[in-house]
Design a protein around this ligand. Structure first.
Ligand SMILES: Nc1ncnc2c1ncn2[C@@H]1O[C@H](COP(=O)(O)OP(=O)(O)OP(=O)(O)O)[C@@H](O)[C@H]1O
Ligand SMILES: [Mg+2]
Length: 252
């Protein structure tokens, strides 16, 4: 099977006023199969968010190439959904208003916009909150809105940058269960960055560990747990063993 998304020898540098040049990622290559859930972990600042921006087409590498279905990716695409490290909701727009924004930009007719947005609102479990404003929602609910907005074009690839990083442990566990449900329902290809190794092993088919900056793939762990998965798999011995093995590969 050919990969849906490929990164080949990516290099990104940033100008740093205090130093000569900051190399964020270098020689970073990976391939994601269609329908695969890939989790990416690594020390803070190793280039994970930079990698997702590259995979989304928002950032062009200085060297190397990202390909979607074998074609070079030169700009963002509708078929790639993106949830940023922060929810990035517009405070003056309601839940519905935030979710329909990508459709407004596309000039989709009002009625169809609303129908499609309400479908996503139901999918992420926010029925009854369509007319609420972001500041009236909890952190977990705001992340659901960001997820719904990313799902509005029914993306074949979903990029998630620590979507649950700011949530308390219980809410995070609920969101993990929700994401598992949505993944089983929609089966998109997912690339998710997370700081939580437990979350990575629970959700993913494969976990990649990045090296300290400049980020490149340091280790790879297939996750042989059957689907559909429930959150209680996290207490099984095999699960804990895998979490330990992944943790041992993360160096700061
Ligand atoms: N726009 C930018 N300008 C300058 N430097 C940047 C920029 N974006 C990222 N960097 C630098 O590139 C490196 C990688 O940043 P990145 O945000 O990709 O790390 P990360 O792995 O996502 O970190 P975290 O886990 O803390 O979110 C860091 O040293 C960061 O300071
Ligand atoms: Mg980041």
């Amino acid at each position: 099977m050919a990969p849906i998304l490929e990164a080949d020898s990516l290099r990104v540098t940033f100008d740093d006023p205090h130093r000569a040049m900051l190399i964020a990622v270098d020689g970073l290559s990976l391939a994601v199969e269609a329908g695969e859930f890939l989790a990416i972990v690594g020390p803070s600042g190793c280039g994970k968010s930079t990698l997702l921006r590259l995979l989304s087409g928002l950032l062009r590498p200085m060297a190397g190439q990202v390909s979607l279905r074998g074609q070079p990716l030169a700009a963002p695409r509708r078929e790639i959904g993106y949830v940023f490290q922060r929810a990035n909701l517009m405070p003056w727009r309601t839940v519905l208003g935030n979710i329909i924004l990508p459709l407004e930009i596309d000039g989709v007719a009002r009625e169809e916009r609303e129908t499609r947005a309400r479908e996503q609102i139901a999918l992420v479990g926010l029925e009854g909150f369509a007319d609420a404003y972001p500041q009236q929602l909890s952190g977990g609910m705001q992340q659901r809105v960001a997820l719904a907005r990313a799902l509005i074009h029914k993306p074949s690839v979903l990029l998630l940058d620590e979507p649950f990083g700011s949530l308390d442990a219980l809410t995070r566990e609920r969101m993990n269960a929700e994401l598992l449900r949505i993944f089983d329902l929609r089966s998109p290809t997912v690339v998710m960055v997370t700081h939580s190794i437990t979350e990575a092993v629970l959700l993913a088919d494969r976990v990649l560990v990045l090296s300290p900056r400049p980020g490149r793939v340091r280790a790879e762990f297939p996750v042989p747990l059957p689907r559909p998965r429930q959150v209680d798999v996290t207490s099984e011995p095999g699960f804990l063993q895998l979490v330990r093995a992944v943790r041992a590969e993360i160096v700061d």
